[in-house]
Design a protein around this ligand. Structure first.
Ligand SMILES: [Zn+2]
Length: 129
């Protein structure tokens, strides 16, 4: 049996399947592009936003609708595609920056990647324990 994600939010459970779907789609896309360099994927399921590590992860309003805005980055050393959500503030910031400079990473991305890699290693350590 699959373990259930426990969340204190209201509608998170109903969107878990949607999330799995999204992640699966994303994984296939990335795999098609990078081939064997990508071996697995992992979804960051911490409570705090991996960018600011202060606010909790929120559902982002996009054009008046709640959007499940998934982000992902490739942790190349391990061949892992890491998916994550941001808090509303960081998501809005990155969204605006991306409109100004579509192909540029923001300084936030360095923080995000560092925090996600740390979280991923904690996750691996827990599996080994
Ligand atoms: Zn944040």
């Amino acid at each position: 049996m699959k373990s259930k994600r426990i969340h204190h939010g209201k509608s998170f459970d109903s969107s878990t399947a949607a999330l799995d779907n999204l992640m699966d789609k994303l994984f296939k896309q990335v795999k098609a592009q990078f081939g064997d360099a990508i071996k697995s994927f992992w979804f960051y399921d911490g409570d705090l936003c991996p960018a600011c590590v202060q606010r909790s992860i929120g559902v982002v309003k996009y054009k008046g609708q709640d959007a499940l805005a998934i982000n992902a980055f490739i942790y190349r050393e391990r061949g892992v595609l890491i998916g994550y959500f941001l808090c509303e503030t960081c998501a809005t910031y990155i969204f605006k920056e991306a409109q100004k400079n579509p192909y540029q990473q923001t300084p936030l991305h360095a923080d995000i990647e560092r925090n996600l890699i740390t979280a991923y290693h904690k996750h691996l350590a827990m599996l080994d324990a």
